[in-house]
Design a protein around this ligand. Sequence first.
Ligand code: NAP
Length: 408
Amino acid sequence: MKCGLLGRKLSHSYSPKIHSMLGSYDYVLFEKEPEELEYFLKNGDFSGINVTIPYKKKVIEYLDDLSPAAKEMGAVNTIVRRSDGSLIGHNTDCFGFSSMVKKSGLQVAGKKVLVLGSGGASATASAVLQKMGAHAVIISRSGESNYDNLHIHADASVIVNATPVGMYPDTGISPVNPDLFLKLEGVLDLIYNPARTQLLLDAEKRNLKTENGLWMLVAQAKESAEWFTGQKIPDTRIAEIYSALKSQTENVVLIGMPGCGKSTVGPILAKKMQRRFADADTAVAEKAGISIPEIFEKFGEPGFRELETAVLAELGKQSGLVIATGGGCVTMEQNYPLLHQNGCIFWLQRELSTLSSEGRPLSKSGNPEQMYRIRKSMYQSFADHTVDNNGTAEECAQKICSIWEANL
Ligand code: NAP
């Protein structure tokens, strides 16, 4: 059985991975230009396909039939070839989105929910929200409710981002500022890469409920797989596949005092978790073309910090890395969202008297107790977890693996 994903640019898609966990059919990527669409749908070698940006509406004119959900949404994300060769379109994003709302724990009935964007995902989200009893308002750049008159919706309880703003690789930007909405209870972002868009990071800062689009992606794929195979898949598979994907894609970030063992524990951990290891200090030296002590000598600490932030911006938005940071990265507040957007941050703690100062200009010239006093609260504010590294590096790596697995 041959299935796959139809879209225009698909290299970053998680769908092949998800479908490999859902069924035993082949799942391939069909990257097509608009002018190739009709021929592909009429003659393509597939039994079932998913459809993504920008073809969810466009495919409808080439289909023989639509399921009630696809008809209602005016968008198709799953096509099945029936035994007589005809094509039927389904919409499994509805199930995916309603499952995401439930997972978030947000109660939307009777509340005003702003849905950002007016494309296919926005139409699906708005229809599902209305069915759940919410008052959904679409915010569109060219609509009556737009980004210049958001104050008229200051009473909104929930925001749903159904735009691509903040998506990899253009991370660090947000379509709206959650601080404009005083009654806000939560933010749902349909984007899943990065795990925390700037919008979700801003919402987290206010302790609001947040959910990214990964759960929806897995849930809609589960229902698609049911259409492809004709077999029911238990809903419990959604959580299992979601955890597996989260584990593979989020970064593990190590912070801590200079010489506490981040660059030693990092490669051991990366091997254990079958990930790539990236050392931020090494990347800074490579970027500058000179060693860390030479950077300090030539450009001072401000010059080093600037380079370090540029390197963390690049590393932080990648997926599935173990990243060892420089000991002072926490002194720059702007490094936090760069590391946290796609990463879980572990603070490695080691007895100050045993810290190595080799090749570390600030450690050589200063006193570790004084440095620790200044930085302790900064490490605390960056860290998701704290890990003792007074034993062996292997033991420390094992502790991180255990915490990681317990938190999936
Ligand atoms: P789409 O049909 O292209 O619609 C996106 C909408 O976003 C546009 O109609 C536009 O609305 C708005 N928009 C686009 N660029 C913008 C910008 N620079 N600033 C502000 N608004 C902008 O795409 P879609 O299929 O609806 O997907 C939207 C997002 O949801 C994508 O990030 C996609 O990856 C995600 N998604 C996730 C899942 C999942 O399973 N997690 C499923 C479907 C979609 P206006 O012109 O009206 O402002």
